[in-house]
Design a protein around this ligand. Structure first.
Ligand SMILES: *Cc1c(COP(=O)(O)O)cnc(C)c1O
Length: 393
C-alpha cells in the first residue's frame, strides 16, 4: 500500500485515522498523546471545534478565488495577522502556502530592496550554521547545514553562513557593500532547539540597522505563540524588517506568510511575486480561528506556564540519560546520552504492545528529543506524556 510514496521519509510504524485534542487514534483504535503538533502545526490540537466549524463554513461558501479578486475572509485574516505582528513593527503581508515559499518571498524582498536602492552586486544573504529555512533549492541554499547540500547543486548563489552566536563573525560577514539581508531563527528548531543569545540578536539588529541590511526573522517554527509571545522576536525585544510564518499559522491547513515592516513593506510591486494558492480562503478561515484563540486573555501566558511545567519536571528527574534541557514556551529540546530515534519507536510500540497510551515525539538532531505539544494540552495530559517518556527512557 505504501509503495506509491517516494521514499523520502523515515516513517514510524503507525497509521492514524483520527484525532481529538492532544490525542491521535490509529487504525487499530490505539491512542497516542501528541507531543509533536505535527511539527508545530496543529497548535490547537486535533479537531478543535471552532476550527472545524470555520473550515466547514468556509468550504460551503468559497474555497478559492484567484488573486485577481479579494475575498472577505482572506482580507479579515490578513488584517488580523498584520495587527498581531504590529508589536514587532510589521505593516504589510504577502500570503503564501508554506514555510519554504514564505522564505523565498523574504529573500526576494531583501534582494529587491537592495537592488532598488543600491543597484547590482549587493545581493548576499547571510544565514547561520545550523539553520533550517526549507527544502526548495533556494531555501536549501539558505540552510546552513552541509548535510542538505548534497546531490542537488548547483545551488542558488549568494548565501553565506556564519557560526551562531559569534558576534565578530557576523560583524565581518555583514559587509554593507555586498549584503542584502540576514535571515535568522530566534531559536534554531530543526538543528536542536538552540536559542540565540539576546546579546547576539541585539548586535545583529544593530549591524543590520546601521548598514541598511534587512533583518529577517524566520518565525516559521517559533511564531504564532509557540514560545509564549506571538512572535519570538518580541520575546527578544527585536524589531525585524521581515518576518516569515507558516506551520502553526492556520492550525493544520497549509499556509504561510511573509510580513514586512516600514522599510520593506512596499518593495514588492505588481508582477514581482505571486502564488496560486497563497491567500486561500479555507486557510484564512482556519487562520482566523488560530489568531482569535491565541489572542484570548492569558492564552500566551499559559503556553509559558505549560512549557515551564514540562522543563521543570524533566529537570527534577535528574535522569542519567538527559544531559540538557532547552527551550521557551512549548518549544523544548532535550539532549540525551543516547540516540533519540529509538525512543520515538519505543514511544509508539508502548501503545501497540499493551494497554498504555503511546506518545508521539520528535527529534532535532541525532541525540536530541524535540517536544512541541499543542497549546491546548491539559496539565493532566502533560503529566501522562511525561510519565510515558520517563518509562521509555
Ligand atoms: C519547517 C520550517 C521551514 C520550512 O517550512 P515548510 O512549510 O516545510 O516549507 C522553514 N524554516 C523553519 C524555521 C522551519 O521550522
Amino acid at each position: 500500500m505504501n509503495d506509491v510514496f517516494m521514499n523520502t521519509f523515515h516513517r514510524l510504524p503507525v497509521t492514524f485515522t483520527g484525532g481529538q485534542g492532544a490525542w491521535l487514534t490509529d487504525v487499530n483504535g490505539k491512542k497516542y498523546l501528541d507531543f509533536t503538533s505535527g511539527i508545530a502545526v496543529n497548535c490547537l490540537g486535533h479537531a478543535y471545534p471552532p476550527l472545524v466549524a470555520a473550515i466547514a463554513q468556509q468550504a460551503a461558501k468559497i474555497n478559492h478565488t484567484c488573486n485577481y479578486y479579494l475575498n472577505d475572509t482572506v482580507s479579515a485574516f490578513a488584517q488580523k495577522l498584520v495587527a498581531a505582528c504590529s508589536g514587532a513593527g510589521m505593516k504589510k503581508v504577502f500570503l503564501a502556502n508554506s514555510g519554504a515559499e514564505a522564505n523565498e518571498g523574504a529573500c526576494k524582498i531583501a534582494r529587491k530592496y537592495s537592488h532598488d536602492k543600491y543597484g547590482k552586486g549587493r545581493h548576499t544573504i547571510v544565514t547561520l550554521r545550523g539553520s533550517f529555512h526549507g527544502r526548495t533549492i533556494t531555501t536549501l541554499s539558505a540552510t546552513g547545514q552541509d548535510v542538505f547540500h548534497k546531490n542537488f547543486g548547483p545551488f542558488t548563489e549568494g548565501f553565506v553562513y556564519v557560526p551562531a552566536n559569534d558576534i565578530e563573525a557576523l560583524d565581518k560577514a555583514l559587509d554593507p557593500n555586498t549584503t542584502a539581508g540576514f535571515m535568522v531563527e530566534a531559536i534554531q528548531g530543526e538543528s536542536g532547539i538552540r536559542p540565540l543569545s539576546a546579546e547576539y540578536l541585539a548586535a545583529a539588529a544593530g549591524f543590520c540597522a546601521q548598514r541598511d541590511i534587512l533583518l529577517m526573522f524566520d518565525e516559521i517554527q517559533t511564531g504564532i505563540g509557540r514560545t509564549g509571545t506571538f512572535l519570538a522576536c518580541e520575546g527578544c525585544g527585536i524589531t525585524p524588517d521581515v518576518v516569515t510564518l507558516a506551520k502553526g499559522i492556520a492550525g493544520g491547513v497549509p499556509a504561510g506568510a511573509v510580513l514586512a515592516g516600514e522599510k520593506a513593506a512596499d518593495v514588492l510591486q505588481v508582477g514581482d511575486h505571486g502564488s496560486t494558492f497563497g491567500g486561500n480562503p479555507l486557510a484564512a478561515a482556519a487562520g482566523l480561528v488560530v489568531l482569535d484563540t491565541v489572542a484570548q486573555p492569558g492564552f500566551l501566558k499559559e503556553i509559558t506556564r505549560k512549557g515551564e511545567k514540562i522543563t521543570s519536571a524533566l529537570a527534577s528527574w535528574n535522569h542519567p540519560n538527559i544531559t540538557g534541557i532547552r527551550g521557551k514556551g512549548l518549544m523544548i529540546g532535550v539532549d540525551l546520552t543516547v540516540e533519540a530515534w529509538p525512543l520515538l519507536e519505543a514511544a509508539i510500540a508502548r501503545a501497540q504492545s499493551g494497554g498504555n497510551p503511546g506518545l508521539l515525539l520528535l527529534t532535532a538532531g541525532k541525540q536530541t528529543l524535540r517536544i512541541l505539544p499543542p497549546y491546548i494540552i491539559s496539565d493532566e495530559e502533560i503529566e501522562k506524556g511525561l510519565d510515558a517518556l520517563k518509562s521509555i527512557l
